[in-house]
Design a protein around this ligand. Structure first.
Ligand code: CA
Length: 416
């Protein structure tokens, strides 16, 4: 379904299979801007572009009064266009990202709101089966619990992105989806505030995601993800529910492995049961019992020297909100801290530094010359790279943590 990576995580390496929710933000990570026009953008060209969208909008059921109301006063915004040309040169390590995303002041703000919104969260849990921690985590990471959701007029931003053909017709399609929101009477154009990429309100939904997932959770007849906390929390819960959230399944459990643990490929597929891990001597890091139900897979975000997690299907559900492992960790850990579930016991390795894009390319090339399937050599980390690294590690008798760090790069060089 979806494609996304929110503005705050766009400097991270991550596979782009994102949710449409915050699709554009993700594109800053993956896209090279290729304007589909020869003329530099200008006011006249923009006005013509907008006028040309009428038949398209009409075909999608937009009425003329809505079209006029939604496009009145729209302008080409060079600042929005400039955002699309920013490219991250360096990648943050996951631990560096988390150090900025899961901070005491944010946890504290979250705890106060968790207390305040307890009834709404209980109702979301009843209605959608989604845990308060995941909802609070997503709310906090996306917009500081609704405090900062971007001051851009989303219609202008999307019109600008559509005009410069940023990622083809996506800006245009989202603009028309935004018109549908106006037409439904949910929110007037002036109230549709969000990020430069068009992600709106407290949950940072793209307009198409809004149409699909936003709910009126306070019962006033409008889906207001800007000013209503209840609508925002209900909408986040509904989004996760619709992406197949499993009730009563933790998103992750930090674990310790017994000395001499016998790694098997099946540990990393997500099919092995918690009970099977327990039988192999895997224990929760806080000495609590592992869940009795459900399956999981081992995930070592910073390699075997850092925290080791068993992650579940719900980890992947959070990932549909924003397709980045670092994002999921931030949401999960912030949510856990807010609802009082504690934090990681194992420190992140001090020496961890994310490989540069060029270094990742080297890893990819070396793995490829080793006969491993790595897809495009693009300098981006992702599931494919992790799998190839793990295959190499299994073959070499190394700890198969799937982590592409400096040690692995050195090993690859010496092995080839
Ligand atoms: Ca409402």
């Amino acid at each position: 379904m979806s494609q996304s990576t929110a503005p705050h995580s766009r400097d991270l390496q991550g596979p782009p299979s994102l949710g449409r929710r915050a699709f554009f933000a993700a594109l800053a990570l993956t896209a090279t801007l290729t304007p589909a026009f020869a003329q530099p953008p200008d006011a006249a060209g923009f006005a013509k572009y907008i006028a040309d969208q009428w038949p398209v909008a009409q075909a999608k059921g937009i009425t003329r009064p809505t079209f006029d109301a939604a496009t009145k006063g729209l302008h080409y915004d060079p600042k929005i266009a400039a955002h699309t040309e920013r490219q991250a040169e360096f990648s943050l390590s996951i631990s560096a990202y988390l150090a900025g995303a899961v901070i005491p002041s944010r946890i504290e703000a979250g705890r106060a709101l968790y207390a305040k919104e307890r009834d709404t969260l209980a109702r979301a849990r009843e209605t959608y089966g989604v845990d308060a921690g995941a909802i609070m985590g997503a709310w906090g990471v996306e917009t500081e619990f609704g405090a900062f959701f971007g001051g851009e007029n989303v219609l202008s931003a999307l019109a600008t992105l559509g005009y410069i053909h940023y990622q083809g017709d996506l800006g245009r399609d989202e603009l028309i989806a935004a018109m549908k929101i106006v037409q439904a009477g949910d929110e007037p154009p002036s109230g549709m505030r969000g990020s430069w990429a068009g992600a709106m309100g407290q949950p940072q939904f793209m307009p198409t995601s809004y149409l699909e997932y936003a709910v009126d959770f306070d019962g006033d007849g409008r889906r207001d993800i800007w000013k209503s906390n209840a609508d925002s929390l209900g909408s986040i819960a509904h989004f996760l529910y619709r992406h197949d959230w499993t009730p009563d399944l933790p998103w992750a459990v930090e674990v310790t492995l017994p000395a001499g643990y016998n790694y098997e490929p099946g540990d990393f597929t997500g099919a092995a049961k918690f009970a099977e891990f327990a039988a192999k001597g895997v224990r929760a890091a806080d000495a609590s019992a592992l869940p009795r139900q459900g399956a999981a897979r081992l995930y070592m975000p910073a390699g075997a020297q850092g925290p080791i997690l068993l992650v579940t299907h719900n980890f992947d559900v959070i990932k549909t909100y924003n397709n980045s492992n670092a994002y999921v960790l931030a949401v999960g850990l912030l949510g856990d801290a807010v609802v009082g579930r504690g934090k990681l016991r194992t420190p992140w390795p001090k020496s961890e530094r994310a490989l540069s894009r060029e270094e990742v390319k080297s890893v990819q090339s070396l793995l490829k010359s080793h006969g491993l399937e790595i897809g495009e050599i693009d300098g981006r980390a992702g599931p494919k790279l992790e799998q190839a690294v793990r295959a190499f590690q299994f073959e070499q008798g190394l700890t198969p943590d799937g982590y592409a760090g400096r040690a692995l790069l050195a090993r690859l060089k010496s092995a080839s």
